[in-house]
Design a binder for this molecule. Structure first.
Ligand code: G1P
Length: 292
């Protein structure tokens, strides 16, 4: 089997209930991180990690994502006629960024179901999954590239892990390591989606980057609804781990959960502080408004 994973799936059909009311009408993936939408960070990570086929599992309320990555002749013509060369080139760059295939998830049945919707295009090969809410700000060593290195060396499926405080385990899929095969790489033998704090078997949380074996599809097809009444990818991964190797990688980098107000704000501040033009704006704002 070809170990160079080229496809990356982005489940984007979710309704964004953690970020209401703004997501009542706006796709959460289109909320800005400084001047680019959240989704573009994940897509750029996939491309810079060597994926060249982007597949979005989308829903009826998410047309703005398709439009963002598509050409806009009206806007391009306007920018060109007004001599705004730099912006014109930026628009072209975005629409030429990637070949994107869109698959509709017709019912909101969960992350596992979203992945299953891609079986027709990923049937016989390993593929990546990136959850766009999880934004990693470390462009030099993208998290998907870190997972791909482990996959290229060891084969099997690979998931991104982070050690979280015990009182936060209920927010994540939690993995159980059988042993650490090399520094930061664990052989995973069990997983549970969003356990209660008192029941959690570890504090190794699954973060939103995966390389999955196509063996996951027949498992997902049989999967019953799990916690929250949704078909959970974690439940299928647990079964996969009993059939094939699943490696957990403690990735290097800083993650922001941009599906929540706190994570989104944190990511904006971090990105602005890294931008030479915006850094002082943030520092001044904090200084001037503190204690008001
Ligand atoms: C999903 C996964 C969960 C994972 C999390 C990471 O949950 O189901 O296993 O830990 O993403 O962000 P969600 O946050 O979409 O409910």
């Amino acid at each position: 089997m070809n170990l160079d994973v080229k496809k990356c799936l982005f489940p984007v059909a979710g309704l964004g209930t953690r970020f209401l009311p703004v997501t009542k009408e706006l796709a959460k993936e289109m909320l800005p991180l400084v001047n680019r939408p959240i989704i573009s960070y994940g897509v750029e990570e996939a491309l810079s990690s060597g994926c060249d086929e982007i597949i979005m599992i989308t829903g009826r309320a998410k047309r703005s994502i398709e439009n963002y990555f598509d050409r806009s002749f009206e806007l391009e013509n306007l920018l060109k006629s007004r001599g705004k060369e730099e912006l014109y080139n930026l628009m072209l760059k975005i629409s030429n960024m990637a070949e994107i295939l869109y698959i509709r998830q017709r019912e909101p049945l969960g992350l596992g179901h979203a992945v299953l919707c891609c079986e027709p295009v990923c049937r016989n090969e390993f593929f990546c999954v990136a959850l766009p809410d999880d934004v990693f700000i470390n462009p030099d060593d993208p998290v998907l590239a870190q997972l791909k290195k482990v996959h290229a060396r060891m084969g099997g499926s690979v998931i991104a892990l982070e050690e979280v405080p015990h009182d936060e385990v209920y927010r994540y899929g939690i993995a159980v390591s059988q042993f650490e095969v090399e520094a930061g790489v664990h052989k995973i033998i069990d997983m549970v989606e969003k356990p209660k704090v008192e029941d959690a078997p570890s504090n190794l949380a699954i973060m939103g980057r995966y390389i999955l074996s196509p063996t996951i599809f027949p498992i997902l097809a049989q999967q019953k609804a799990g916690i929250g009444g949704e078909i959970q990818l974690t439940d299928a991964l647990k079964i996969l781990a009993s059939q094939e190797p699943v490696w957990g990688v403690l990735y290097k980098g800083k993650r922001f959960d941009c599906g929540t107000q706190k994570g989104w704000l944190g990511a904006n501040v971090k990105l602005a502080l890294e931008d030479p033009d915006l850094r002082q704006v943030i520092l001044d704002a904090v200084k001037n408004f503190e204690g008001e």
